[in-house]
Design a protein around this ligand. Structure first.
Ligand SMILES: [Zn+2]
Length: 270
């Protein structure tokens, strides 16, 4: 259970930390909860952070994101560091979301040390979760990037595509970033047309998921096939096919919204 709060408490004896080694999350492979390190452990492992953000309360205890310089030694092999994929599916969805929040807030502070408008140093705002520039008054809030992710269906069949940049042979739903000035629905129709050359209708919202690679908010939808033949977008989509429920290729894990869209469709056609 997580309660967000940006006002740091006076007493942090019971605090827990999500520690980042540069941009990589540190995990203790011997701990029950590998990515949430208690204060007494962090005092030795990471006494001098490069930066730190108070996140709120995890199970009633104060919780921080703490970044170490990437050249800091991690000791005797008890700790590992890697990107957030290493804990996806190994911790609860709620804890994964907390780790994603921690990573994004540290990245936001790191990327806004200087004002983009006037070039002066920025500081953290006293009352709000914001970076502020005193000379020019600019305020920068943590930024997220909304994305549409859509499972196109034709009866029981699902359109799944293999991204040209996927390291493994996996077929997934279509996705793309929402552009400035665009509605979510317009983005969905445009992305499907661009990526596989098809028209869709009957757009239905499913659910959303924060996806910290690096800062997407995935908005999940179903859409029904209307017209067109599969024409894959160069450079982006390597292959795309219609798949029947009993003949699925390798698909994304259930912890991702893509996997959940596919599973939801399968449940409805059993
Ligand atoms: Zn400024």
């Amino acid at each position: 259970m997580f309660e967000p709060d940006h006002r740091e408490p006076d007493n942090v004896d019971e605090a827990h930390y999500l520690v980042f080694h540069g941009t990589n999350l540190v995990t203790n492979m011997r701990a029950t909860v590998p990515c949430l390190l208690p204060r007494q452990e962090v005092r030795f492992l990471a006494p001098e952070p490069v930066r730190q953000q108070f996140l709120g309360y995890w199970q009633g205890k104060p919780c921080f994101a703490r970044e170490l310089d990437h050249s800091t030694g991690l000791g005797n092999g008890q700790y590992q560091s890697g990107n957030l994929y290493q804990i996806l599916g190994r911790v609860s969805d709620e804890l994964f979301a907390l780790a994603g929040r921690a990573q994004q807030l540290l990245a936001w502070e790191r990327d806004n040390r200087f004002c983009g408008r006037c070039g002066e140093a920025m500081t953290t705002h006293a009352q709000e979760r914001a970076m502020t520039c005193e000379p020019c008054g600019s305020m920068i809030y943590p930024r997220i990037s909304p994305c549409v992710i859509v499972l196109v269906t034709r009866g029981e069949e699902m359109l799944l595509a293999r991204n040209a940049n996927f390291p493994i042979e996996m077929y997934s739903t279509l996705a793309g970033f929402i552009e400035a000035g665009e509605t979510v629905e317009e983005c969905l129709v445009r992305e499907v047309k661009e990526e596989v050359g098809m028209d869709v209708n009957n757009i239905r919202y499913f659910k959303s998921q924060s996806w910290p690679f690096p800062n997407q908010l995935m908005l999940g939808f179903f859409a029904a096939y209307e017209a067109g033949e599969i024409v894959c977008e160069d450079d982006e989509i390597a292959e795309a096919y219609w798949f029947k429920p009993d003949r699925l290729p390798t698909i994304p894990p259930i912890h991702s919204i893509s996997g959940q869209l596919i599973q939801h469709h399968l449940d409805q056609h059993r």
